[in-house]
Design a protein around this ligand. Structure first.
Ligand SMILES: [Zn+2]
Length: 200
C-alpha cells in the first residue's frame, strides 16, 4: 500500500475520482464512522481548526450511533456512503453489494461513495455510477490503521501533500491512537503550505 497512489493506478481506474479540482485546496476524508470513541474527538478538533471534512460512513454505524451521525452533519461536514457492513466489493455479489449501498442510503442519501478497501468490481462501478453517485478514492493515505506506521511517520509523509489531494484518515478504534497523534500536526503542515481545506 502506497502513501501516494501512483498516477498509473489513477489512470487505469479513471472513472473514479482521485483528486479535487482546485490546486490550492485539499480534501480531508474520514472512513468507517460514526464511532463513539473517535468521531467526537475528530469533530472537536475540526471545529477548533475551522476545517470541514467528508465522512464516509458505514450504514451499520450510522444506525448504532445516530446522535454522533447527526453531529457530523450539524457541524457542516459532508457525508459519503461506505456500504452498510464494510463489504469488500471484489468478494461480494453485485446484487448484494448494491443492496448494502441502498440500505445505507435509506438512512441518509449521499451522492458520494467510497468502496471499502478501495475495491469494487467493474460491474459494481457501472451500477454505482448509474445511481448518480461519484466514486471517491484518495491520493494520500495516512495509513493510520497500520501498526507499523507510527504518528511520526504519518507526519513526515504529510510533507508530500500537495493541492488537490484527497487525504484519507479513519475514525475507528483500530486507527485511533495514530490518528489522534498525527492529525493535528498534519492539519498544521497543510495550513503552513498555504493550502485550504474543503468538503468534496
Ligand atoms: Zn473503510
Amino acid at each position: 500500500m502506497f502513501v501516494r497512489v501512483p498516477l498509473l493506478v489513477q489512470l487505469v481506474f479513471k472513472r473514479r475520482i482521485w483528486r479535487g479540482e482546485d490546486k490550492n485546496t485539499v480534501h480531508l476524508t474520514f472512513d468507517d464512522g460514526p464511532d463513539p470513541d473517535t468521531t467526537p474527538w475528530v469533530l472537536g478538533l475540526l471545529k477548533k481548526e475551522n476545517v470541514k471534512a467528508t465522512f464516509f460512513c458505514i450504514g451499520k454505524n450510522i444506525e448504532e450511533n445516530p446522535l454522533i451521525f447527526k453531529q457530523i452533519i450539524d457541524h457542516g461536514h459532508a457525508i459519503g456512503n461506505h456500504t452498510y457492513n464494510h463489504e469488500k466489493g471484489t468478494e461480494s455479489k453485485t446484487a448484494d453489494y448494491l443492496k448494502s449501498i441502498q440500505r445505507t442510503d435509506d438512512l441518509h442519501v449521499a451522492d458520494l461513495f467510497r468502496p471499502p478497501y478501495g475495491r469494487a468490481k467493474f460491474g459494481q462501478v457501472n451500477r454505482i455510477l448509474l445511481l448518480g453517485k461519484q466514486i471517491i478514492m484518495w491520493t494520500w493515505n495516512s495509513q493510520d490503521y497500520k501498526k507499523e506506521i507510527g504518528p511520526d511517520e504519518i507526519v513526515k509523509n504529510a510533507n508530500k501533500i500537495t493541492g488537490r489531494d484527497i487525504l484519507l484518515f479513519h475514525n475507528s478504534a483500530k486507527s485511533n491512537l495514530s490518528m489522534q497523534e498525527s492529525l493535528p500536526r498534519v492539519i498544521e503542515i497543510v495550513k503552513q503550505k498555504g493550502l485550504k481545506f474543503s468538503v468534496l
